[in-house]
Design a protein around this ligand. Structure first.
Ligand SMILES: *[C@@H]1O[C@H](CO)[C@@H](O)[C@H](O)[C@H]1NC(C)=O
Ligand SMILES: *[C@@H]1O[C@H](CO)[C@@H](O)[C@H](O)[C@H]1NC(C)=O
Ligand SMILES: *[C@@H]1O[C@H](CO)[C@@H](O)[C@H](O)[C@H]1NC(C)=O
Ligand SMILES: *[C@@H]1O[C@H](CO)[C@@H](O)[C@H](O)[C@H]1NC(C)=O
Ligand SMILES: *[C@@H]1O[C@H](CO)[C@@H](O)[C@H](O)[C@H]1NC(C)=O
Ligand SMILES: *[C@@H]1O[C@H](CO)[C@@H](O)[C@H](O)[C@H]1NC(C)=O
Ligand SMILES: *[C@@H]1O[C@H](CO)[C@@H](O)[C@H](O)[C@H]1NC(C)=O
Ligand SMILES: *[C@@H]1O[C@H](CO)[C@@H](O)[C@H](O)[C@H]1NC(C)=O
Ligand SMILES: *[C@@H]1O[C@H](CO)[C@@H](O)[C@H](O)[C@H]1NC(C)=O
Ligand SMILES: *[C@@H]1O[C@H](CO)[C@@H](O)[C@H](O)[C@H]1NC(C)=O
Ligand SMILES: *[C@@H]1O[C@H](CO)[C@@H](O)[C@H](O)[C@H]1NC(C)=O
Length: 573
């Protein structure tokens, strides 16, 4: 299924250089305003930093922007602002041209869209005003622990979600997705790992199943409401990534766009839409944004779902967001560990903490011979030179190992650092696999993580990762072995501890864990904050727009400003 991820340069029509170096975006400075005083203090978690008696700390709250604090919140949307001076993995050798996708006979009919309008819902006035809770006299939130957190799940026609799973054979041209939709989207359970992983809660999860996993978890969310007018957010359970995955290769634009257009047509007709023009809606698209961000004037790749005017009013979650777009946010790729109880998390954290690691660094991946900007060949060469320190798993020749979660975890558990270069796009699922194995990620481009998963990772990236600029690898002026060998041992241990703390934050648990937030909890909390901010602006009669140029979204979200940034050259347009 990795082959589904992204085609060769030729098939996609957009050289990776353009993505990596920054590509010319549609300069519509559409906006959703983002600065506001944070008065939306959620009575969310009784969160404590020492959640377990045996002295294992799952996360260290103060390092993370979403940690609760007894101090009054005064954050800027949607992240707290870092110090401004601060400075994917299923691989395949399948060539796109070798296996042309077959014409999909099972194409769905998206033209029949029903959607009646019933009573007009006015959430604008029915929602409680964002309250000043400084002295804790806010009765509404005291009586109702779900206040401000209610979510309404839109009852979409089956063709937007369940039918895709029922017709799982149509989801991939080369890969049979049917096993992967099992177990609520976690895929087949992993067993008999020879002690590499624990016997429970591990699955052969496909990287594109996020929307299914998210939906199933949302069904168990503790503050669902049947009454959309009491909801703080409207969840649209459209499996956008699975849907477009069927048509990325060999279909024309109208086929690729049909479902998205049908969806927004359906949504627009609903009373829920009319209340806030969809600004309180969100959906989860489990593919990289490039697969759904076609610009009518530019590349012929993917659908234009994320660029539709309706979508721009919604909040969209993807596994890789665009640096130049304001309304999509990246959340972790699903990896293989889906705990049911917090103890499983603590046990796994302890396992990787105690793990002896034979190699200094590991690179697992396939080269990208046709991408001149790719450094994967350079990494492979460096790894071969540093044989004693580096474990090379070349997925061009070892695709079986690269596709086997137990092998992947075993390799990453056996290494102190894991190299995470860009591949077909900025990000890799491998990043999350390595964190899960307690292997400190080494990044080469800030687009691979630092500007992506701002909700889930510490804002100070030096705490959990090593950054080696891609240009230095490309021009041969840096030895990765040398850089990594020279990092002091205490610092390596501190970084690994931070990586281990990230494990629950990047995992999608099977249900809510006690005392710790998983990737789902963190995402939901952030979405509610974003939507509340928009609602507040709208209620105040302001146009939720124009706070910053959309082109500079990455910078604004990262630092809270749009001035010069040391990473400008990575995202030049
Ligand atoms: C950032 O750096 C500038 C110049 O070096 C300095 O004047 C400023 O105080 C620094 N700001 C912070 C927040 O550290
Ligand atoms: C990768 O290529 C080798 C040799 O060409 C082939 O045997 C193998 O099946 C390929 N792997 C996949 C996943 O197609
Ligand atoms: C789509 O569905 C509608 C209603 O079921 C039907 O009238 C129409 O012919 C279908 N279109 C196609 C292209 O199958
Ligand atoms: C809390 O706020 C209410 C209403 O604004 C006020 O009457 C009350 O005196 C305040 N209580 C404290 C302890 O400040
Ligand atoms: C996992 O299961 C295997 C056999 O099913 C067993 O040998 C092994 O001890 C189990 N491991 C753990 C950690 O329970
Ligand atoms: C839904 O909530 C609104 C506002 O709280 C309330 O006025 C309305 O009666 C509720 N509708 C139903 C069907 O409960
Ligand atoms: C797109 O492809 C579909 C089916 O493959 C075909 O019916 C339609 O005419 C094509 N549209 C255009 C604009 O080429
Ligand atoms: C998007 O929201 C704005 C108000 O913020 C509204 O004027 C506009 O019509 C909405 N767009 C759509 C397609 O609903
Ligand atoms: C790279 O490009 C060459 C020449 O166009 C082509 O033959 C080869 O299949 C491509 N390799 C991959 C992995 O796409
Ligand atoms: C970031 O983390 C590193 C390592 O813990 C630390 O040395 C540095 O001072 C931190 N930077 C900031 C701005 O907090
Ligand atoms: C390599 O690239 C880096 C970063 O752009 C630059 O600082 C360095 O001077 C270059 N070294 C050589 C030998 O070209």
């Amino acid at each position: 299924m990795w082959a589904q991820r992204m085609p060769s340069i030729r098939a996609i029509g957009i050289p990776i250089e353009q993505i990596i170096k920054g590509k010319s975006r549609n300069r519509v400075w559409l906006v959703l305003s983002v600065s506001f005083l944070f008065c939306f203090s959620l009575p969310y978690y009784q969160y404590s930093s020492s959640i377990s008696s045996n002295n294992i700390t799952a996360t260290s709250p103060n390092d993370y922007p979403d940690s609760d604090s007894s101090k009054p919140r005064n954050l800027n949307y949607p992240y707290s602002i870092p110090n401004h001076n601060e400075t994917h993995n299923r691989e395949s050798n399948i060539s796109m041209t070798a296996s042309p996708p077959r014409v999909n006979e099972a194409r769905r009919n998206f033209t029949d869209v029903s959607g009646g309008t019933t009573a007009r819902v006015n959430r604008l006035s029915s929602m409680p005003i964002c309250m000043n809770k400084k002295n804790g006299t806010d009765l509404k939130s005291k009586e109702d622990s779900c206040w401000g957190r209610y979510i309404y799940i839109h009852d979409l026609p089956n063709r937007f979600n369940n039918e895709l799973l029922q017709n799982c054979r149509t989801l991939g041209s080369w890969v049979n997705f049917c096993p992967y939709v099992k177990n609520n989207g976690f895929g087949p359970q992993l067993k008999d790992s020879g002690g590499v992983i624990s016997n429970k809660s591990w699955y052969r999860t496909d990287q594109f199943m996020l929307s299914v996993i998210f939906h199933n978890r949302m069904k168990k969310y503790e503050c669902l409401t049947q009454n959309s007018s009491t909801a703080s957010a409207i969840y649209v359970p459209f499996y956008a990534g699975l849907e477009i995955g069927r048509y990325l290769w060999g279909f024309n634009a109208s086929v690729r766009d049909a479902a998205g257009l049908a969806l927004v047509r359906w949504l627009r007709e609903k009373p829920e839409w009319k209340a806030l023009f969809g600004r309180d809606h969100f959906f989860v698209a489990g593919r990289i944004n490039w697969d759904m961000r076609r610009d009518d004037n530019s590349v012929d790749w993917g659908s234009k779902l994320l660029n539709l005017p309706e979508s721009k009013n919604m909040t969209m979650l993807t596994i890789e967001s665009s640096p130049w777009a304001r309304n999509d946010f990246a959340i972790p790729y699903p990896t293989y560990f889906h705990p049911l109880e917090e103890n499983e998390v603590f046990e796994w954290q302890e396992t990787v903490r105690r793990q002896e690691r034979r190699y200094l660094f590991t690179f697992q991946g396939a080269p990208r011979p046709n991408m001149t900007y790719s450094i994967r060949n350079d990494l492979i060469d460096q790894c071969l030179v540093s044989r004693r320190h580096c474990n090379l798993v070349n997925c061009k020749t070892k695709s079986r190992i690269c596709n086997d979660p137990v092998h992947v975890i075993r390799n990453f558990k056996n290494s102190v650092f894991c190299l995470q270069p860009p591949g077909d796009s900025f990000t890799r699922r491998s990043t999350f696999d390595s964190i899960l194995a307690g292997c400190i990620p080494v990044f080469f481009h800030p687009g691979s993580t630092y500007i992506q998963y701002l909700w889930h990772f510490p804002k100070n990236y030096t705490k959990y990762s090593v950054f080696i600029p891609i240009d230095k690898v490309k021009n041969g002026s840096v030895s990765i072995d040398k850089v990594l060998s020279e990092i002091p041992k205490e610092y390596v241990l501190a970084m690994r501890e931070e990586v281990i703390r990230l494990i629950p934050r990047i995992s999608y648990a099977r249900s809510k864990l006690r005392g710790i937030r998983d990737a789902f909890d963190i995402s939901v909390k952030r979405i509610l904050e974003i939507i509340e901010a928009t609602r507040k602006k709208t209620r105040e009669g302001k146009d939720p727009s124009n706070d910053f140029p959309e082109q500079k979204s990455w910078k604004y979200y990262l630092s809270g400003t749009t001035g010069k940034h040391e990473w400008d050259s990575y995202f030049e347009t």
